[in-house]
Write a protein that binds this ligand. Structure first.
Ligand code: ADP
Length: 684
């Protein structure tokens, strides 16, 4: 705003005395700017006119008084001036119906009378040799009196001057006419400049005043908006916490159902809950991201990252969705792209995921092609996502990046979405000094391209990504050791008992020894009593918060080298970094996903406490085999729960399958449903 004001100022100073119509009328302002302040200028002009007219009236009377005293018997000018003024004012008030102040009216009258009387006196044959003074007085006063109507002022001045000069030319001697001519031209110009400078001063003062008031108002508005935005961010952070905490219980308990049930119907219901839960979480995340961006709190967290690992994740998170919809999916990566980059890995991933997920979502036939390359001259990571989907209508293009804006709603009714993804994507890309563009043909498909500025850390070419992806896939499928750590001791701290149950249940199969505490104070007591290998510490608790508890732990030298992982429901504004700064070893956001929890425990529990895959395999291989035969899925599960710890259970549905199994392998025991007959097999 202030910058704007400065430019205006410069513009006006430079053009103050230019003669163009606009400069004359608007004094360097544009017509729009001038019309915004015109009422104020008129008000100011009127005030000035009144002041000047009062002074002129006073001077007029003084002049008349002196004239009357010094001329003695010659009272004609005195009477003409006084009477003419009054007469003119009365005419103006009653005939023209103007309600000006008396001083102003009198002033008009006086000036006109001075002029007319001056003419009368000046053009008398006896005065043929004298130049007139009244025209000069008239020209000098005119701009002051009429400065609210510049055009009229100029016309009146010009008209009267011409009338007078033509009379002077006809009736006066050449030398008197010449003096009259010089006087009128000089005073016309002076009057014009007087008008311009007064006007300019007024306009400038008013314009700057208005600008200052406006900038003050804008500042105030900004302050109010910032406050409102802060309140919104706080509200969202709290809301996110409030929603995520019960979601933790819902998602966690649902995970237990999915693991334990053998009933396909219940599995289907639980899978629906899982998918709805994930959708709800992604909506909450989108809203949080948007509020972060809008409040200007979105900061990029730059780290060095492996491009192939980001692409690997993106592929694993998007390809199954395309496959499930029967779409082809091709990811081509330029083999010359640098292998390690520096930038905000999470946001780069988010941009790619948003574009690819949209492509999959809005495509029903054909497929999706993703291209990744690096433009070294621009320092940009370029991602293109093409689909053969429904496309975007020409007229919808301009609404594409608006928040909460979904397009083609009739067609997309059954596709989940909030209309936030592209808005966030565009803003993220711009935050990374990049740009996003789209080409689309309605009914045929779309192609989105995003470029994000990233620094090169290691320029070694990434090579054939398709091959390394296939290798990674193979390794993933072959080797996925589960966490088993029966000797590890874990302390979980959360004020919500249901959350403690969920986490304990999630960890049941890992055989980790779990102790729980319901508050920061209880956590400190537990740590004083015994040693733990890892602490999961909830952040938002009544009494001591997670961070306060951690500080007390560290200060009291309790569990000095024990990793402490923060559990939080607020996924707002660089949460992870702020927890790490506080001294937490890591961070898990609620609702806690088993894979993330398992990965965190694998990472932070001492490896000596974790049973290796080979050990698990060996232990399993050494267990005696129990063949459980039943038609009832629940019974099979019950048997596995009861025997799973000590036996390797083989569950079969019905006699036919049991026979098939026994034809090639042995079992130490066979457990049949109704008759509890234990039949010794040919154990080896
Ligand atoms: P959402 O997908 O949650 O509705 P987005 O902001 O990601 O929100 O997208 C906004 C709208 O743009 C979508 O509702 C959809 O109509 C349209 N759109 C986005 N990507 C595509 C695409 N690849 N093909 C067709 N339409 C798309």
């Amino acid at each position: 705003m202030s910058e704007n004001g400065a430019t205006e100022g410069k513009r006006m100073d430079k053009k103050t005395f230019l003669f163009s119509k606009n400069d004359f009328l608007y004094c360097g302002l544009s017509r729009d700017e001038y019309s915004r302040i015109e009422p104020l200028i008129m008000e100011r002009n009127m005030e000035m006119i009144h002041t000047v007219s009062r002074m002129v009236t006073l001077l007029g009377f003084v002049f008349l008084f002196i004239d009357a005293v010094t001329r003695g018997s010659d009272r004609l000018p005195y009477l003409v001036l006084a009477g003419g003024g009054v007469l003119f004012s009365l005419m103006r008030r009653f005939v023209a119906g103007r309600k000006d102040s008396f001083a102003l009216i009198y002033c008009y009258g006086l000036i006109i009378t001075v002029f007319l009387y001056g003419i009368v006196l000046g053009v008398q044959p006896a005065k043929a040799d004298d130049p007139s003074t009244s025209i000069v007085v008239f020209l000098a006063l005119m701009p002051l009196i009429l400065n609210d109507r510049p055009v009229r002022m100029m016309s009146v001045s010009a008209l009267f001057t011409l009338v007078y000069l033509s009379m002077s030319y006809r009736m006066k001697t050449p030398s008197a006419f010449q003096t009259d001519l010089t006087n009128t031209v000089t005073f016309s110009i002076l009057g014009y400049f007087l008008y311009i400078s007064i006007s300019n001063r007024n306009v400038k003062e008013i314009w700057y005043g208005v600008q200052a008031a406006e900038s003050e108002r804008l500042k105030e508005e900004k302050r109010v908006a910032e406050k409102a935005n802060e309140a919104k961010s706080n509200f969202l952070a709290n809301m996110s916490h409030e929603i995520r905490t019960p979601m933790n219980a819902i998602v966690g308990m649902n995970e237990m159902i999915l693991r334990e049930t053998r009933d396909p119907k219940i599995s289907r219901y639980a899978l629906d809950i899982k998918s709805a839960g994930n959708t709800l979480l992604s909506i909450i995340n989108d809203i949080l991201d948007l509020s972060k961006i809008e409040s200007g709190k979105m900061e990029l967290m730059e780290t060095d990252y492996d491009l192939s690992s980001v692409l690997n994740d993106v592929y694993n998170m998007t390809m199954p969705k395309a496959r499930d919809k029967g779409l082809s999916y091709k990811l081509s990566v330029d083999p010359l792209a640098p292998s390690t980059l520096r930038g905000d890995e999470i946001r780069v991933r988010q941009v790619m995921l948003n574009l690819i997920n949209n492509a999959v979502k809005y495509t029903h036939h054909g497929g999706v092609r993703v291209g990744v390359s690096f433009d070294r001259s621009a320092g940009m990571l370029c991602v293109s996502v093409e689909d053969t989907g429904m496309g975007i209508r020409e007229e919808d293009m301009k609404k594409l990046y608006d928040s909460f804006q979904r397009l083609d709603e009739t067609k997309n009714r059954n596709i989940e979405g909030t209309g936030l993804g592209l808005n966030i994507t565009k803003r993220l890309v711009e935050l990374m000094d990049g740009a996003i563009s789209v080409r689309s043909e309605y009914g045929k498909g779309s192609a989105f391209t995003a470029g994000m500025t990233q620094k090169i850390v290691d320029d070694t070419p990434i090579g054939n990504f398709t091959e390394s992806l296939a290798l990674a896939q193979q390794q993933r499928e072959e080797y996925h050791p589960a966490l088993v750590a029966p000797k590890a001791k874990l302390l979980i701290v959360d004020d919500n008992e249901m959350n403690l149950d969920v986490i304990s249940e999630l960890l049941a199969e890992t055989k980790v020894n779990v102790t729980t505490a319901l508050s920061g104070a209880e956590c400190l007591d537990k740590l004083r009593e015994g040693r733990y290998d890892l602490v999961l510490l909830d952040q938002m608790m009544p009494g001591l918060s997670g961070t306060e508890t951690l500080h007390l732990m560290r200060r009291g030298r309790l569990a000095d080298n024990t990793p402490v992982i923060a559990l939080t429901a607020d996924a707002i504004v660089g949460a992870k970094e702020s927890y790490l700064r506080e001294g937490f070893t890591d961070y898990l956001s609620k609702p806690i996903k088993f894979e993330e929890l398992e990965a965190a425990l694998k990472k932070h529990l001492p490896s000596t406490l974790q049973t290796t895959a080979e050990e698990i395999g060996r232990e399993k291989a050494e267990m005696p085999v129990v063949l459980v035969v039943s038609e009832d899925a629940d019974k099979l599960r019950e048997a596995k729960d009861a025997l799973g710890e000590r036996y390797r259970c083989v569950l079969v549905r019905g006699e036919a399958q049991a026979e098939k199994y026994l034809a090639t392998r042995d079992a130490a025991f066979i457990l049949r449903d109704a008759a509890r007959e234990n039949k010794a097999g040919a154990a080896t």
